[in-house]
Design a protein. Sequence first.
Length: 558
Amino acid sequence: MYKLPRGQENGSRVNLVRNAERGRRRGRRFALATGQKIGWTARGVCVALLWLVLWNGPSQAQSPAAAPNATVKSDSLVVYSEMRSTSTVVSSLKKGDPVIVDFEFKTSAEKWCRIKLASQKVGIGFVQCTGLDRKEEQATAQQPATGLGTSRQAVNELPLAPSPPRSTGGYDEIANLVVREGSIDVTKLAELDAASHSGSAAAMRRAALAHYAAGNFELSRNSNDEAIEQYRSALGFAAKQPDLQVASLVRLAYVHLHRSEYSAAVEYLDRARAVAPRSVLVARLSGWAYYGLDRLDEAVEQWNIAQQIEPDPDVAKLLEKAETDKAAESGFRSGQTSHFTLHYEGSATPQLAAEILRALEDDFRSIQSELRFAPQEPVAVVLYTQQNFRDITRAPSWAGAWNDGRIRVPVQGLTSVSDQLSHILKHELTHSFVRQMTQGHCPQWLHEGLAQWMEGRRSDAAAQPLVAAYEHQQNPPLKALEGSWAEFSGPQAGIAYAWSLAAVEFIVANSGMWGVERLLDNLASGAAIEPALGSALQTNYADIERGTVEYLRRTYLK
Ligand SMILES: [Zn+2]
């Protein structure tokens, strides 16, 4: 997603309605993808004000200044310096004391509130939220976890994971023989392989099941190459076992889909369909593969077949999305280069389309050499009018482009690639690279930080406000920026983008692009971000946040 400069945010009627809806929720909480929720009440206000002046220029009115939004419920409430009850006790509050909660952080076991007093600018510390009576609790408790729906879902995050087809007779028994104590018993596997040389159908089946189980095990620990190898071996033994053949083919397709290798997935799915023409799973995954390949007709056809066999609400949403795209693009022209397919409305000129493709090819080469990775399949790019862009993406008003697997950009009124469009294209293309490199496992702050870094943006203008906000404990923790930002207000997004760029700049300055590459590789192998930071960069969130501020001071504020 590309953050438009303030003043360019879209103000169409559709958006006013959506902004009004968003406004009702604004300043309360952000639902994050991880299920964590963050209160941004006072925080949203003060940081927004700071940012409106220093970063975004003059702005629309925001919520009124912070007033106490909670009172102490328990007889006494200990205030800690950090979100740990083993950290230093900085104060103690008594029942009825009014406080401002400007930040809320939920772990699986506890909920911490960062608080300050009305008279103070700086937060005094953290308390367990259970000790507070929150004025907004009720209003926000019913807020839906996400209003985003599948229109915001990237192609390689589609909810179509096949559950392991274990019903194949004898699976459990063989799986228990081959996978033991957290590893594959290769001796046992070799024994079963050898037994199959007799040519007996039973022995062949056991060998196929053994490799299939080993593949499932490898997949469960994100060892995708090893999983592919095992499923391929399973196929070799399963020639006369249609159930195992289909199961292995579907799993192979699934691994390739996760890597955005759609053509390979289509090959396996075609083979699976030949064996099992009425498999709902094959139809669902085929729709996904075709959508990824930008073959909308076939995607719609396969998802329709899937729905006829066994309706599913997730597939219904995907089908609707593909049909919307298909209808919107029916009158579009298209263009193609080795790495892109481009669709554009008649209002865009073929010259502009050709220029955009040229710019994208240049960007492709440059990002490829930075990240030393290249997407396997052509990236789909769709150019819209402003109104169509808003209607189809349902993007927030501050978003100047959208990437949900397809790069969607409004280009109304443009006759050539402007500076801003050139930034947008490189920014969005970086998202495509990063998503495929990490197989969809990249936290949003890293995604957006890298996309901005690649487009050539640097933190010079933002350094001062970021450092000031950090000193007042007003920057959002990176941890809070892992999930979707789609519900952020313009000012909140402004901070999130700037802080993320600064963090990525610091990481690149400290560890080089090699460090970034290691980090992305760790994420691709299924590691969560914090362990990945530890093993790739020997760091953690607190160090990155501190280091980023030091980096900003040293680089821009001398
Ligand atoms: Zn972005």
